[in-house]
Structure formats: C-alpha cells, structure tokens
Design a binder for this molecule. Structure first.
Ligand code: NAP
Length: 306
C-alpha cells in the first residue's frame, strides 16, 4: 500500500505549524490534523511578550493566524478532525484513524500539545461555562466590571490574571502557597497592579451558585478555617497535561503522559516524531515548541531521505 502523505502532523499548534512549514518547504506532502483550530494554546492566550521578534508583544490569535498563513503558503493541507487511534505505527505505512476518515503516512509528527488541568473540586463541572472557566481570553468579557478570581500561581495564572485585570473590577489570586511559581517579571507586575489581590495559603474546596457561580467555599491552610468567598467567575490555571491519551498503548510515556524523544525529536518508533508540549523535557515555551517542530521536521526529512 502506498501512503497518501509523506508526513501527517497531529496537531496544528505552534509546534505542528512549525513542523509543517519545514516539511512542506522540504517538498514532503504534508497534512496537519487539527481538532479545534490552528494555533493551539495561542488561541487562548491574550498577549505574548516573550516570543522573539515582537518587541511590543503580539496577540496570541494574531500570531496563530500568521503562523497558519505561512505554513499554508508552502502547501500544507489542514483537516479539521479528531485523531482516534493509530494503526501499524511501526510499519512503513502508518494509518491514522480519525472521527472522519483514515489518513496514511510514511512519517508521523505528534504535536498534540496539552490542555489545562481541572481543579477537581465539587461544583466545578456543574458550573463550568456558568462562571467556572479555563480560558480568560474566551470568557473574560462576560465579567466586565465584576470581581473574579484566578486559581493558581504559575505563569498561566499570572499572564491571564493580568489580561483579566484590564477588563474586570478586581482579580483575586487564590494560591495554595505563600509564594508564586510564575516568572519574576510576571510576579512584579501582579504585585504592582492595584486591581489584584491575593488569598495566600488558600484552596478552593467547592464552587457554589444556583444558576451560575457566585461564591466558593475556600479553606485557609494556615488556620484550617473554611469560609465562603464571593466571585462572579473563577478562572482556573492549575497546570497542564499532555494530550496523549490515544498513544498510551503505542509509545513509552513518562508518569505525566509526556512522550519520550531524543534531541532530534525521534521517538523509539522509526518515522514517529514528537514535539512541543506533549514531549517529555519540554520547557513548555512557545519558542521551544517552534524549535521542537522544526527539529522534528528536519529529522523526518533526513530519515525519509535515507
Ligand atoms: P504550572 O507552572 O504547573 O503552575 C500551576 C500552578 O497551579 C502552580 O502555582 C501550582 O501551585 C498550582 N496548582 C497546581 N495544582 C493545584 C491544585 N490542585 N490546587 C491548587 N493549586 C494548584 O502551570 P502553568 O502556569 O499552566 O504553566 C505550564 C507551563 O507553561 C510552565 O512551564 C510555564 O512556564 C509555561 N507557560 C509559560 C508562559 C509564559 O512564558 N509567559 C505562559 C504560560 C505557561 P504550586 O506553585 O504550589 O505548585
């Protein structure tokens, strides 16, 4: 059986789009399989300040659109579909089953990235979309002028909390420790922001509200006291997990579900590469995802040419 494509790229986030740019410029017939829309995490990120080449920063959605245009310009196809499973992954012609149809490829580049974690507390699922959110850029506007909370103390929480502070009346960070995890520059900006407050050493135990979220039961870990804290919305940024569930029987994954690769982004299976946030040891930075994607594409070109 002849493969339809030289390379099938799973995921059209920054890593996948960068890989596609390089495979198509190497004249490899390429399709990107994307579930939601090109850009991945970029689509749910407001302002990006640490991607080189944009001294004033760039909006995530703007950068995603530019990356997509650049990759498409060299002939990469994009199909909107969900990857369900991979058959014959260790054979010369690999079959990717999607919810739509099958694709066959000589090489696969896995760039399916990751998703934000849930907190896992009572009321979270029931009030998701009704005050509980995982995307400030998508939902922030609904809470213009109101008092919202951000749960978490990493880069994502600080970045998105900053974005929210430009829209809402106040942002309260609820963080389980008394020290933030995010980059120092983001911490300083949050501390200097008059609209920002902190509930330190505090965890959410339950989200509450009848029709929509209006408060949460929180616990002060220092005193063990629980009390209700009012809020119009809660934006949850408590880490990230790789989207690799469909690979668990096929590839060796670390305890967090990330795919092992060598420094050329090769997995243990010939002609299967992985890049970006789904990869073990990734620094989970946009620039790193771009670099990973390029490295994977160059390795695929090398291996397909030999
Ligand atoms: P993260 O760095 O893992 O931070 C998660 C935060 O949530 C931590 O503050 C953690 O608390 C807290 N947390 C985790 N589980 C919790 C729970 N069950 N209950 C309460 N709090 C909990 O995740 P992230 O912020 O999504 O970032 C992921 C990666 O992407 C990082 O490598 C980050 O550098 C990168 N990133 C970079 C940028 C940027 O460069 N601007 C932007 C976004 C993301 P503890 O601190 O106590 O562990």
């Amino acid at each position: 059986m002849e493969a339809d494509y030289d390379v099938v790229i799973l995921g059209a986030g920054a890593a996948g789009l960068s890989a596609g740019l390089y495979t198509t410029r190497a004249m490899l017939k390429t399709v990107l399989l994307e579930q939601i829309g090109p850009g991945g995490q970029l689509l749910i990120t407001d302002e990006i300040e640490n991607y080189p080449g944009f001294p004033e920063g760039v909006k995530g959605q703007e950068l995603a659109a530019m990356m997509e245009r650049q990759t498409a310009r060299f002939g990469a196809e994009t199909e909107y579909t969900e990857v369900m499973s991979i058959e014959n992954i260790d054979q010369p012609v690999k079959i990717i089953h999607t919810d739509d149809r099958d694709f066959t490829a000589k090489a696969i580049i896995i760039a399916t990235g990751g998703s934000h974690n849930k907190l896992g507390v009572a009321g979270e699922d029931a009030l998701a979309g009704r005050g509980v959110s995982y995307c400030a850029v998508c939902d922030g506007n609904f809470f213009r002028g109101q008092d919202v909370v951000v749960v978490g103390g990493g880069d994502s929480a600080l970045d998105e909390g900053h974005y929210l502070s430009g829209i809402v009346n106040s942002v309260t960070f609820i963080h389980r420790r008394d020290e933030l995890r995010g980059a120092k520059v983001l911490q300083e900006r949050a501390f200097a922001n008059e609209k920002v407050k902190f509930l330190w050493n505090t965890v959410v135990e339950e989200f509450r509200g009848d029709q929509a979220l209006d408060r949460a039961l929180v616990k002060d870990l220092k005193t063990d006291k629980t009390y209700e804290y009012p809020m119009a919305a809660a934006f949850i940024y408590v880490g990230f997990h790789p989207n690799t569930e469909y690979l668990s029987d096929l590839l060796e994954l670390d305890s967090g579900g990330h795919i092992f690769t060598d420094i050329h982004m090769r997995t243990a299976i010939p002609m299967v590469f992985a890049c970006g946030d789904a990869r073990a040891e990734s620094t989970r930075q946009l620039g790193a995802a771009v670099g990973d994607g390029i490295t994977a594409a160059l390795a695929a070109f090398h291996d397909l040419s030999n």
